[in-house]
Design a binder for this molecule. Structure first.
Ligand code: COI
Length: 328
C-alpha cells in the first residue's frame, strides 16, 4: 500500500510520515507542490492521494482515478475543496482528518481576547514607544455574552473552555448536544444575533451556511459586535464585513480565514504586490486581527492530520469501517 502526499511540508509533517510508515506498514511518496493535472502522475502506483485544502476539481479527481488511485485522504477536517460528485461517480472513497479540537478552540479564544482587549493595537503602539492609554480601553470577556454558531467538536470545545471565563454563552446549531447544555444556552439564530456581544463561527462551509454573516444578519447584531472566524472564509460576506467595520457597527474582527485565501495563505510573499483588495482593506483596519489560517497549527494537530491518512488507507484496504470516511 502506498500514499502520495501532496503539499507535504518536510519541516513538520515528514517525521510523522516516517513514524506512521513503520506503524502501519504503508509506504509513501511526496511532493511539496499542491496536486495538479501536471503532477498527478506522481500518484501512479498509489492507492491514495493526500492533500491539504486546494482545488480538487472534477478533472483532477478523474485524472487520479484514471491512474488507479482509489482514495482521497484529506489532511484537514474540511473537505469542501474536493469534488465529491465526481468522486462518487467514480466510486472513489474520501476521508478527512481527525485531530484534537483544543488547538483551534484555544486559538479562537486567543483571538476573542486579542480583539476585546485591542492587543494588536496596543502592541503596535509599544513599538512606537506610545505608552499612553487613550483609545486602548478594552471590554472584559467575563462581562460579555458570547454567541457560538455551530456546536460540533470545535464549537463545543470553545464553549467548554470559555465557561471558565464566567461569560454568558449562547449557542446555535440544528443539532443540540446534551454535553454542553449546562454550559451554554441554545437559542434560535435570531436571538443569538440580537443578544451576543461577540459571535464566533464554527460551522461547516455548506451551501446553506454560505455568507451566513451578511448585510442582513449583521443588521440584526448589536452595535460594536465582535466577530471571530476560525472556520471557513466563505461563511462571511467580505464586502458586508468591510462595510460593517467602516460604519462602526462591527467593533472588531478576528479572522484566521478569508474568502479567496487559496494561492495566498501558506506562501511566502515578502516584497510582492498582492492582488487581493479584501486583504488590503482588512489589513488597514486597527480593529481587525488577521492570521493566515494558523489556528490548527500545533504539533498535536499536525500529527493527527498525517496519522488520519494512514489510518484511512489502512481501513479502506482492510475493508474495515473508519470514522474518517466521508459518507456522501
Ligand atoms: C482543517 O483541518 O479543515 C483546517 O482548516 C486546517 C487545514 C488548513 C490544514
Amino acid at each position: 500500500m502506498r500514499i502520495c502526499f501532496y503539499a507535504l511540508r518536510e519541516y513538520d509533517e515528514l517525521a510523522y510520515c516516517e513514524k506512521c510508515k513503520e506503524e502501519f506498514g504503508i509506504d509513501y511518496v511526496y511532493t511539496g507542490y499542491y496536486p495538479s493535472l501536471e503532477n498527478a502522475a506522481l500518484a501512479k502506483g498509489c492507492e491514495a492521494v493526500s492533500m491539504t485544502p486546494c482545488d480538487m476539481s472534477a478533472e483532477l479527481v478523474e485524472a487520479f482515478h484514471s491512474i488507479g488511485v482509489k482514495y482521497i485522504t484529506c489532511r484537514s477536517v474540511g473537505y469542501n475543496h474536493v469534488n465529491l460528485e465526481k468522486a462518487k461517480e467514480l466510486g472513489m472513497r474520501v476521508s478527512n482528518a481527525t485531530y484534537p479540537p483544543d488547538g483551534v478552540a484555544n486559538y479562537t479564544i486567543m483571538l476573542m481576547l486579542a480583539c476585546l482587549r485591542k492587543l494588536p493595537h496596543i502592541l503596535k503602539r509599544v513599538e512606537l514607544q506610545d505608552f499612553s492609554l487613550k483609545d486602548k480601553i478594552g471590554k472584559d470577556i467575563s462581562s460579555c455574552t458570547i454567541g457560538v454558531l455551530g456546536t460540533g467538536k470545535i464549537g463545543a470545545t470553545v464553549i467548554q473552555h470559555l465557561s471558565g471565563f464566567g461569560c454568558k454563552i449562547l449557542a446555535y446549531d440544528s443539532y443540540q448536544k446534551d454535553s454542553i447544555k449546562g454550559l451554554a444556552e441554545y437559542t434560535n439564530f435570531e436571538t443569538l444575533l440580537k443578544e451576543s456581544d461577540l459571535i464566533t463561527l464554527h460551522m461547516n462551509a455548506t451551501n446553506a451556511n454560505y455568507h451566513i454573516v451578511c448585510n442582513e444578519s449583521i443588521a440584526k447584531m448589536k452595535e460594536g459586535i465582535v466577530i471571530i472566524n476560525t472556520a471557513r472564509g466563505n461563511l462571511i460576506d467580505s464586502d458586508a464585513l468591510i462595510q460593517g467595520i467602516q460604519s462602526g457597527k462591527i467593533g472588531a474582527a478576528g479572522l484566521d480565514v478569508l474568502e479567496n485565501e487559496d494561492g495566498l495563505y501558506y506562501y511566502n510573499r515578502i516584497g510582492k504586490v498582492l492582488v487581493n483588495e479584501t486583504l488590503a482593506i482588512l489589513r488597514s483596519f486597527p480593529n481587525v486581527v488577521l492570521s493566515p489560517h494558523t489556528a490548527f497549527y500545533t504539533e498535536e494537530d499536525v500529527a493527527g492530520m498525517v496519522q488520519s491518512c494512514f489510518e484511512s488507507l489502512y481501513a479502506f484496504e482492510q475493508g474495515e469501517p473508519t470514522t474518517h470516511e466521508i459518507k456522501f
